[in-house]
Design a protein around this ligand. Structure first.
Ligand code: ADP
Ligand code: NI
Length: 203
């Protein structure tokens, strides 16, 4: 993951790890499970490997080789398998408290200033236009369709990012998401004002 330019770099993992452990502490979750799941959550991601099973399998092999108990391996692998957002209309996996702490941390890193930066980095890596007022966002009810990517990066904000605040699985996650959500909303308001040459500057 070192040096990855699609938003899946090591520093994403590092941020998710720190945030996930912080949420776990506040929620009284098992911090070892959460920290391991955060560290492994994007390993061999389908976006890089094209396979849904590659990630959970890599996590399984790595944890087993490291001497983790079968219960610990099973718990972490289940989180790695269930963590990913698959489209606005696609049902979410039911996760344990530890899974919800990890998923909330991953989603928080898609919001706020960092989340905005990651969206445009990812969009650039896929050659997506920034925005096209003639192309409306879509509501994906199918994971395969969602996976093909957004027509524009601005659409991704409506197809995923603005939905995350109401999909947090812990109280702590919800609280942190509120501010990061507002940052995204303010950014979008500024973006559209500039797009329409309707700058909000008073001078
Ligand atoms: P996660 O790391 O939470 O599993 P994803 O793998 O879905 O998230 O995406 C990684 C990052 O790229 C996130 O910040 C996400 O918002 C962004 N991203 C994913 N798909 C798109 C897209 N089609 N356009 C712009 N950004 C995207
Ligand atoms: Ni992630």
């Amino acid at each position: 993951m070192a040096g990855d330019g699609t938003g899946h770099d090591w520093w994403h993992v590092d941020r998710v790890r720190k945030l996930a452990v912080r949420i776990a502490r506040a929620e009284g979750a098992d911090e070892l499970v959460v920290e391991l799941a955060a560290l492994l959550h994007d390993v061999a991601d389908y976006k890089l490997t094209g396979s849904e099973e590659a990630g959970p399998e890599a996590a399984h092999v790595w944890l087993t080789a490291g001497g983790a108990s079968p219960e610990l391996v099973e718990h972490v692998v289940t989180i790695v398998r269930g963590i990913s957002f698959k489209g606005a209309g696609v049902a979410e996996a039911d996760l344990t408290l530890e899974g919800r702490c990890t998923r909330d941390a991953d989603r928080l890193d898609a919001l706020g200033a960092v989340g905005i930066a990651r969206a445009f980095a990812y969009g650039g890596s896929r050659g997506q236009p920034l925005h096209d007022p003639g192309v409306p966002p879509r509501h994906h009810s199918d994971a395969a369709e969602y996976r093909q990517g957004a027509a524009t990066t601005l659409n991704h904000f409506h197809e995923k990012l603005l939905l995350l605040r109401d999909r947090m699985g812990t109280e702590t996650g919800r609280r942190l998401a509120q501010h990061r959500h507002e940052v995204v909303e303010r950014f979008l308001a500024e973006f559209h004002a500039e797009w329409d040459a309707d700058d909000r500057s008073s001078s």
